[in-house]
Design a protein around this ligand. Sequence first.
Ligand SMILES: [Zn+2]
Length: 172
Amino acid sequence: MASAFAHALIGLTAKRLALPKASFKVTMIAMFCAAIPDADVLAFKFGIPYEHMFGHRGFTHSVFFGILFGLLLALIFHWKNKDKLKYALLYIFCTTSHGIVDAFTNGGRGIALLAPFTDERFFAPWRVIQVSPISIRRFFTEWGWVVIQSEMMYIGIPCLLLLGLGFIIHKK
Ligand SMILES: [Zn+2]
């Protein structure tokens, strides 16, 4: 994984750019969508191995899951809204972004982006983001500091630039 903070920042940025006027609730849901695929670390507790389709970086990191989860949340929270399709697209983007960003990390196993159709694991050609430890305890070590620097460089700064740009554009 990249850290939950980095994923959530991507959700925040996407929401600010796509639906700047939508409520704070939408921001929270977008951030939640971007971070939720890592809930699959629970699989370890149930003895499901990493490389299993339902193991870590498995099904919940796939494009298919992103579409399902995004649609589901849009239906739950915006059922009566005429713009529900827009919300669905935002939530799908945020959820799907997670697995794709993880594919750029330099550790762990690959990402099952095409699950459930194949359990093949994928990485991006450039694995530039320092992988984040799975355990929170280990995040507060030197490793965590290396992760923060790497995520600032490849996720934090680009997101902040986009947020700034969005702010300028939407202000006009
Ligand atoms: Zn992940």
